[in-house]
Ligand binder design. Structure first.
Ligand SMILES: *Cc1c(COP(=O)(O)O)cnc(C)c1O
Length: 411
């Protein structure tokens, strides 16, 4: 008899975006002539840049010849890409990462979801709240989150990010085994200063805490004082694993490529605490067993982002999205809404007027302006009273959505 993993039964039933899709479809059925614009889902809209397309075409041609054909590649990724990463994402910031510390993947979601395999199921963990749902759900699946009580998991330390604390999470007053941080943040669009990040690294060093740092949006940082990588902080190599993704950086959501950094100095303790084991060879072993590498074509595509043309073109697309963000911020603020984020991230975190619950405001805006947002409470209890808007849309759609929101709000 095959027994199921009963932890899966604890997962809350519907994924946030499925609930949204259901409500939007219900609206469309009752309003067949409507033209709904989504400022909701976190997917990009602009095509891949020419440098990437050219590299992909060339890689396809390679695959068509006996000499250029690539079958299974190294599970850790091709050296041409790992070296380009080291040289472009880290060295210019004074960070020394060895290519053997880079693991190329098929996007950051897989690794942020799988990384928990390296540590015992009964470690406890902490998350900022609101949060990217993958961090919690992947832990629910192995029993690490405990049980759900009043919307919170019993084995999880929630660190609220609220207006009152300027969205800066407070360092726990007790020991937490694992901490997830995501900066620039999805969903709030806020960033972490160097001083605040240093506090986390010091906390981790002092408490023997492992930090999982998701830097999926680092390419959106505009302010030169905001850190792009946790390894900009001294001591971080001993405590942190960092996740990167080309999805939002270069529109790779449909191409699939990213990478994870597992430094050689990073260790975790044995059960009785008497010994320490490095995580880099463990992750290597895990990847070699369960992952057969990212496609050659995707890795050539990623490599092209680091060429001079690639860099320029990728930046132009990010500037385009950040132009949307600026437009949205200005318009919504003029309407009297309180808007956070959107300055170093593609997300705007908007406070609903008069303490309207997130889902209620979502429906009001859908029916009033035919614009879709994401209810903040879907990202955790502290997201209640907020909605998330994304700047990933087309400029024209973005303008039209703002025009409708203005008209609706001024009624
Ligand atoms: C979009 C996103 C990712 C990237 O996911 P991919 O699998 O690389 O497409 C990672 N973390 C967060 C917080 C995200 O929003």
């Amino acid at each position: 008899m095959a027994l199921i993993n009963e932890h899966y039964l604890k997962l809350t039933k519907n994924y946030l975006f499925a609930d949204i899709a259901k409500k939007v479809n219900a609206f469309k059925v009752s309003h067949p002539k409507s033209n709904v614009i989504s400022l909701g889902i976190g997917d990009v809209t602009q095509p891949l840049c020419p440098a990437v397309i050219e590299a992909m075409h060339k890689a396809v041609d390679d695959m068509a010849t006996k000499e250029g054909f690539h079958g299974y590649g190294p599970e850790q990724g091709y050296m041409f890409l790992r070296e380009a990463i080291v040289k472009n994402d880290f060295l210019p910031r004074g960070i020394h990462i060895d290519p053997s510390e880079i693991f190329v993947n098929d996007g950051a979601k897989s690794d942020t979801g799988n990384i928990g395999e390296l540590v015992r199921w009964d470690n406890n963990f902490g998350v900022t709240d609101p949060i990217y749902p993958v961090y919690i759900d992947s832990n629910v699946m192995c029993g690490r989150a405990g049980t759900l009580v009043d919307g919170k998991w019993s084995n999880v330390t929630y660190m609220p990010c609220l207006e009152e604390n300027n969205f800066v999470p407070q360092i726990p007053d007790h020991r937490v085994d694992i901490i997830y941080l995501c900066y620039p943040n999805n969903p709030t669009g806020t960033v972490i200063s160097r001083d605040e990040l240093r506090k986390w690294v010091n906390y981790a060093l002092k408490n023997d805490t492992l930090i999982f740092y998701d830097a999926a949006y680092e390419a959106y940082i505009q302010d030169p004082d905001i850190p792009h990588s946790i390894y900009e902080i001294k001591g971080a190599r001993k405590v942190a694993i960092e996740f990167h993704s080309y999805s939002k950086t270069a529109g790779f959501t449909g191409v699939r490529c990213g990478y994870t950094v597992v430094p050689k100095e990073l260790t975790a303790a044995s059960m009785d605490g008497s010994e320490r084991y490095p995580l880099n060879p463990m992750w290597d072993r895990r990847q070699c067993t369960k992952f057969n590498g990212t496609s050659y074509i995707s890795q050539r595509a990623a490599e092209a982002i680091y060429t001079p043309e690639g860099k320029e073109q990728v930046k132009a697309t990010i500037d385009y999205y950040m132009g949307n963000a600026r437009l949205m911020r200005e318009t919504l603020q003029k309407l009297g809404l309180k808007v956070y984020g959107g300055e170093n991230a593609p997300y705007l975190w908007v406070k609903t007027p008069n303490d309207t619950p997130s889902w209620k405001f979502f429906e009001q805006m859908l029916y009033g302006a035919q614009v879709v947002c994401t209810p903040g409470v879907g990202f955790g209890p502290s997201g209640e009273g907020f909605v998330r808007l994304t700047s990933f849309g087309d400029r024209d759609d973005c303008r039209e959505a703002l025009r409708r929101i203005s008209e609706w709000m001024m009624k």
